[in-house]
Ligand binder design. Sequence first.
Ligand code: GH3
Ligand code: MG
Ligand code: MG
Ligand code: MG
Length: 302
Amino acid sequence: MMHQASVLIVDDVPANIQLLAEALKSEYRIRVANQGAKALEVARSETPPDLILLDIMMPGMDGYEVCQQLKADPTTSAIPIIFVTAKTSVDDEAYGLDLGAVDYIPKPFHLPVVRARVKTHINLKLKTDLLEELALIDGLTYIPNRRRFDQSLVTEWERARREGQWLALAMIDVDHFKAYNDNYGHGAGDDCLRQVANALKASLQRPADSVARYGGEEFVLLLPNTDRSGACATAERVREALFAKNLPHAHSDSADRVTISLGVAATEVDPDQPERQPERLLKAADEALYQAKRAGRNRVEC
Ligand code: GH3
Ligand code: MG
Ligand code: MG
Ligand code: MG
C-alpha cells in the first residue's frame, strides 16, 4: 500500500506557492489553494492532504480561521497544519500553536528548514495513520476487529436513522469449535479461524456489507440498508459458502466439516425513536443465534 504523501499549500501570493511547491514536489504530491475557502474544500475532499502549509494573511478568510474550522471538524482535525507566515511576533506564534497547528514557520522562509519540518510532521502523520489502522484490525484474521465493528455500528445506525432505512446484523458462531481445537490443536484452530474469516469476507456481495471478528470464534455481519428478508438471504448464502469450503472437522456433531450458525436481526431505524439503541439489535441477533444453536446448528435463525 505505497501511497505518496500529499501536501496542500495555501497562500494568496502565487510566488510563495511556487517556491514551496518547487521545494517539495520531488517528494510529495502537491495541491494548492489561493484562498481559505478553497483550502477547506480540498481538506474535506475524498482524498484529503496529509499536511497543510498555511499562510495567515489572506483576503477573505484568514489562516487562523481556516485552522479553526479544520480543527473543529472531526473529518479534518487530524491533518497537521504548519503556519508559514509573515506574522512573526511571539504572540502570533503562540496564538497559531494554540489553535492546534503543529509548527510555525516565519517568512521569509528558508527552504531546507521548510523541507525538514514538513518531513518530520509527514512521517509522524503516516505513523499515526498506520497505528489507527492497526488498532481496528484483528491480529489473527486481518479482518476488522470488534472495536472497528462497534464504530461502524454506530455510524451505520446514525445513517439509517437519518435516511429512514433498514439496518441488519447477523451474529455468527463456529459450531463445535472447542472440539476442533481439542482434536486438531490450537494452531490448527487459528488457521481454521483465518479460513472462516476469508470465506465470510469473500461471500459478501454488496460493497456496503462488512464482516468483523467479534471475539473468539464469533463473527458479525453488518448489512446497511438491508431488510429482514435480504439479511436472511445473505446469511444463508454465507452459511452455504462456508459449508462449500468443506474444511474437515471430524468431531463436529452437525456435519463432517466446519459449519457456522447465524442469528439475524433487522430493523427499520425510525428517526422518531432515538431511544432504540443499536445494542438492542445486537441483543436480538445474539438471541437468534442462540435459537440457531438450539435448533441443531449449521443453520440461520431469522
Ligand atoms: P458451539 O457449537 O455451541 O458454539 O460449541 P463451541 O465448542 O464452538 O463453543 P464454546 O464456546 O464452548 O467454545 C468456543 C471455543 O473457541 C473455545 C475456545 O478455545 C475457542 N477459541 C476461541 N478463540 C480462539 C482462537 O483465537 N483460536 C483458537 N484456536 N480457538 C479459539
Ligand atoms: Mg498572505
Ligand atoms: Mg462461541
Ligand atoms: Mg462455537
